[in-house]
Design a protein around this ligand. Structure first.
Ligand code: TYM
Length: 331
């Protein structure tokens, strides 16, 4: 096809409750990109097991992430929605990519350093995690990868590995581009604006889970840390807490940061926070209703089966091409 649509791939780990950070950093862009791109959205269960997972919890979380994709507006007729482990090409290409990656590259990964810090024993899977992520992306020759800012370094490694493969074995892989949201590529914790909002934070008040009931959302936002000033002003260096909340406001309401600033000029933080909570609830409450309908409808299994079949078609062809170029015998 001459005018083939550009390809988009991304994934989210089923390793805990998804947060507003996941939504603004990633899922919201998944939904908008599917209008104009051929999209592959996975639940990355193979990545989740790089740290120990309880099997029952992994099963539940996997279904939960898939249902949230659909509830957020990903249309399974347009986009492939599937489990990473259901497409065997990921594990296979993951190994091939691991052999192209150097220890030094993996040792420099800040996410690895953070996750391994202070642990006596660190799984080898956690170390080679970025090679598998590169395989996820390259298996589709994806052009664009919508992610939050914390995945930047993994994307750079993916680009390097694509380039390395191409120079060793001849031009084959598309070198993918990351795609970050303009505002909110890194949503910060509500209690500490120097840390990213994360599902693994033991303080549940630090994040808004996508499935938090409206009153919990209101309470968390009313308790969010601000500063001793009064001005609703976007200044990430000088006013990191307020700027973070403004970013969330802008993403939830569709207003620009300037418009948010103008709206609350001279008003202090009270009404700003109250209305921010209402903006978040207005976005999440209908999503939560759809989520519960999807979970009780029993439709997920088929969506995931069809998604995996569609994804396998593309990924298998790519892996065959890689095998051939690397010198494996035909099977
Ligand atoms: P994960 O599961 O940690 O997060 C999923 C997505 O959410 C984004 N995100 C955030 N964005 C803004 N602010 C935040 N506080 C925030 N927290 C999380 C992440 O950047 C990510 O886009 N390694 C990936 C999963 C993965 C993947 C892939 C992604 C595996 N294979 C292939 C893209 C392509 C991860 O752990 O994301």
């Amino acid at each position: 096809m001459v005018n083939a649509m550009k390809k988009v791939l991304s994934g989210i780990q089923p390793s805990g409750q998804l947060t507003l950070g996941n939504y603004i950093g990633a899922i919201k862009n998944f939904v908008s990109l599917q209008e104009t791109h051929e999209c592959f959205f996975m639940v990355v269960d193979l990545h989740a097991i790089t740290v120990p997972q309880d099997p029952a919890a992994l099963r539940e979380q996997s279904q939960s992430v898939a249902a949230l994709y659909l509830a957020a507006g990903i249309d399974p007729k347009r986009s492939a929605v599937y489990m990473q482990s259901h497409v065997r090409a990921h594990a296979e290409l993951g190994w091939l990519m691991t052999t192209l990656t150097s220890m030094g590259e993996l040792e420099r990964m800040t996410q690895f350093k953070d996750k391994a810090a202070g642990k006596d024993s660190v799984g080898a899977g956690l170390f080679v995690y970025p090679s598998l992520m590169a395989a996820d992306i390259l298996a589709y020759n994806a052009d664009l990868v919508p992610v939050g800012d914390d995945q930047k370094q993994h994307l750079e490694l993916t680009r390097d590995l694509a380039g390395r493969f191409n120079s060793r074995y001849g031009d084959f892989f598309t070198v993918p581009q990351p795609y970050f949201p303009e505002i909110g590529a890194r949503i910060m914790s509500l209690d500490d604006a120097s840390k990213k909002m994360s599902k693994s934070n033991p303080n549940a008040g630090s994040y808004i889970a996508l499935l938090d009931p409206p009153d919990v959302i209101r309470k968390k936002i009313s308790r969010a840390t601000t500063d001793s000033g009064r001005e609703v002003k976007y200044d990430p260096a000088g006013k990191p807490e307020v700027s973070n909340l403004m970013g969330i406001y802008a993403q939830m309401s569709g207003l620009s940061l300037q418009e948010v600033e103008a709206k609350y000029e001279g008003q202090g933080y009270g009404s700003f926070k109250k209305e921010l909570a209402e903006q978040v609830v207005a976005q999440l409450e209908p999503m939560q209703q759809r989520y519960h309908e999807i979970r009780s409808s029993g439709m997920l299994e088929e969506v995931l089966r069809e998604g995996a079949a569609k994804a396998s078609e593309t990924a298998e062809l790519v892996v065959e091409g890689v095998r051939e170029r690397m010198g494996f015998l035909k099977r």
